[in-house]
Design a binder for this molecule. Sequence first.
Ligand code: AMP
Length: 463
Amino acid sequence: MRWTRFVCGLEKGTGLYFLFVRSETKTPSGLPARPVLTSYYKSDHFKHASNTFTSPLAAILCADVFQSMYAQMVCGLCQRHRVVRVGTVFTSGLLRAIQFLHQHWEQLAADIEHGELSPCVSEPLVRAAVAGILRTDPRLAQVIRTECSNGDWAGIVTRIWPNTKYLDTIVTGSMAQYVPILSYYGGDLPIAFTKYVSSECPLGLNLHPMCDPSEVSYTILPNLAYFEFLPTDGAAATAAELVELADVEAGREYELVVTTYGGLSRYRVGDVLRVTGFHNAAPRFRFVRRSGALLSVDADKTDEAELQRASALLRPHGAAVLDYTSRVCTMTLPGHYVVYWELMATTQQEGAGGTRSVDSDVLDRCCLEMEEALSYVYWVLRVVDGAIRPLEIRVVRPDTFEELVSLAVSHGASMGQYKVPRCVTVSAVIQLLDSRVVSSHFSPALPCRPGTVDSVFNRAECC
Ligand code: AMP
């Protein structure tokens, strides 16, 4: 897609994109495995495309996330007047970059004042690449100090990179939660993103990239894979019910099923999409949710089953989880998972069925146990990238979940069909839960690495 059709003057400048690779790993049978974006960034195609970015390729390809971010930031600052767009793949990554600037602007300004890269970047290839860009520039260092020492960071992106015309990042799906804070830092710059992609195959394009994030729909391109759709509004769906791309109906929701050139056959990607209209004869889809996914701070996707494992730790202490729900908290960055537990006694001595308090250190360990049951992607983001803060369990007082039912019914829900939402996003519900918290517990350590790499690729099973 040609961005110059939508935004004037892009050809006069360059893009500040914070892009990162992950280190490779091996499958149990010894095959090398790495995320699709890492493969792309290492390709010849990207080598040529990256000429239009402020970040040198060596900085992007550096597997040490801190060094990579530092080098990309210093190069972006040095070229501040040339930057016409700022982006990352997922919005959470862009917020992490802004937070990085928040934490390191003094050192970055000192580097620019003296034209000397801090020793915290030690990779020789990265240092050499940055040396080609970093110059002694006391005036620029002063601009950075003035802007960053100001306690108000509203519009910081346009204050530091004044020629930015738009932010380029995914704001749909689980990233939608970050739009308000991104708008705060972006000073109401337009937020645009064209691509709807997955590791399995590219999926579609947003043909109106400058539209409001809440309006984004994607047009699936039929030559990228063979696309079929499983209706999600009926009883348990089967392969016999698969609908062809040409036959989907406006207003209905479907789970996406792909047969790819790479060899996946009728593979359930796990995304639920709603048909919002048509571009000529091609259907347009709004991303609704991940099927089965509850929580996502970044590229992680956590489902109900993964959140349930730690409660077994309570048994020896005469307690059990009566009910639970969860949410992602992004009030402080990086975000973290919050799990609300209502506890009950399970032994006669404690008065089975009654309330039960459990020692704080046991609940701390439950947080860690829960984190250790999560996916490899969660582990990388939490331990390697520091992109997720420790998981938190908030114990709520007795009958809180009864109050949730009453709240739902008072808003028109059917008592008979009410199901406890395992992920809450409605502010009234969150307020009620938070007002009933009796204690709060965090993971006391970093989770151990999950045993296999299968979880990197664990997605819904084939039809
Ligand atoms: P990955 O695990 O890296 O393959 O991520 C692919 C998944 O990210 C997709 O199946 C979607 O759930 C999500 N995703 C990718 N692009 C978008 C987008 N533009 N809007 C919403 N979600 C997206």
